[in-house]
Design a binder for this molecule. Structure first.
Ligand SMILES: Nc1ncnc2c1ncn2[C@@H]1O[C@H](COP(=O)(O)OP(=O)(O)OP(=O)(O)O)[C@@H](O)[C@H]1O
Ligand SMILES: [Mg+2]
Length: 332
């Protein structure tokens, strides 16, 4: 599984599956930077393992004994996120019946992961910049200055340089966060890791579901290696979970894989067993998914640009993403 001679000294290495050159390069870089105190910006498409890598950096840092606290900047509206991050004093706003420390305070002596950093509003960006510069802050509605010592790892699947150019992200904060950047390659560029990942997740879901599926058939493995994995490792994980659930025997076959994965192998997808209208709908679905994946791959997830290239409005792109369950939180 995750076996290699190098990097065995990295704590948590066993959680990372893969031996490709590109993955090993990332691990080598982690080994070099983990012990420094520098802030790190982790970049990569959705599902490439940004949070996993951030955690491993923490586990290998001098702060490993301290807390590791992930915060999703896209999950809360601005005022709630401010209080979540910085805490508040009693009476700071209606409903604040007691005072509460924020995540930044809890992260003292450890690492904070600012996930989906590009979604942080401009006012919160300013507040965070001040924390990084001055190493202290005040709770919402509070006067006391609270000292904080935490390392910041931020992560995003967006093109943050573009966000800086468009004025949506403060340049000074970008430089503070991006002392070192780490780019995680998409799974389609590390295809040699796919069999290892499949075996790993087969094992995992066998155990989780008390199943004893022995293997993936060579044909199934072939299709999985040809597919492009726009949702990266997380998508692969979901596909294996689904195929374990569908498989009755002890080998996973192509028929247990989703249609769009089978189709990517060039297997003629048209199901003559279906009535014409249903077969047509199935093909249209496959086409739409493939089209969206390639289009958004090309624009790095930027929907405005995707709409422009496709000659449709953004609403249409959003509707299609929703229809196929491809919408990501914070899509713009
Ligand atoms: N190389 C890998 N080996 C094993 N598991 C992995 C690997 N890369 C990612 N994973 C797993 O894939 C899933 C997605 O990873 P993670 O949540 O870290 O991705 P992410 O880049 O933060 O995604 P998002 O942008 O959607 O938040 C997790 O379950 C993680 O453990
Ligand atoms: Mg994440």
């Amino acid at each position: 599984m995750a076996t290699d001679k190098k990097f065995t000294s990295l704590a948590g290495r066993e959680k990372i599956v893969g031996n490709s050159e590109k993955l090993l390069n990332v691990l080598e870089k982690i080994e070099n930077i983990a012990q420094s105190n520098a802030n790190i910006l982790v970049l990569g498409e959705s599902g490439t393992g940004k949070e996993l890598i951030a955690h491993i950096i923490h586990e290998n840092s001098l702060r490993a004994e301290g807390p590791f606290i992930p915060v999703d900047c896209a999950s809360l509206p601005e005022n709630l996120l401010e209080s979540e991050l910085f805490g508040h004093e009693r009476g700071a706003y209606t409903g604040a019946f007691s005072s509460k420390p924020g995540i930044v305070e809890y992260a003292h002596g450890g690492t904070i992961l600012l996930d989906e950093i590009a979604e942080l509003s401009l006012p919160l960006q300013s507040k965070f910049l001040r924390v990084l510069q001055e190493r202290h802050f005040r709770r919402v509605g509070g006067r006391k200055l609270i000292e904080v010592d935490c390392r910041v790892i931020s992560a995003t699947n967006r093109n943050i340089v573009e966000a800086v150019q468009e004025g949506c992200f403060r340049e000074d904060l970008y430089y503070r966060l991006n002392v070192i950047s780490l780019q995680l390659p998409p799974l389609r560029e590390m295809k040699e890791d796919i069999p290892l990942l499949c075996d790993h997740y087969l094992d995992h879901f066998n155990r989780e579901n008390c199943r004893r599926i022995k293997a993936l058939s060579p044909q199934a493995m072939d299709l999985l290696t040809r597919y492009d994995w726009p949702g990266n490792v997380r998508e692969l994980q979901n596909v294996i979970e689904r195929s374990v659930a569908l498989c009755q025997g002890d080998v996973i076959l192509p028929e247990h894989l989703p249609e769009y994965v089978r189709e990517s192998g060039g297997v003629s997808g048209i199901r003559l067993s279906l009535p014409f209208e249903e077969a047509k709908k199935e093909m249209i679905d496959i086409f739409e998914k493939k089209y969206l994946n390639q289009l958004l791959g090309k624009t790095g997830g930027n929907i405005t640009r995707a709409a422009r290239i496709a000659g449709v409005n953004r609403k249409t792109i959003h509707r299609l993403l929703e229809k196929h369950g491809l919408a990501r939180k914070g899509d713009k």
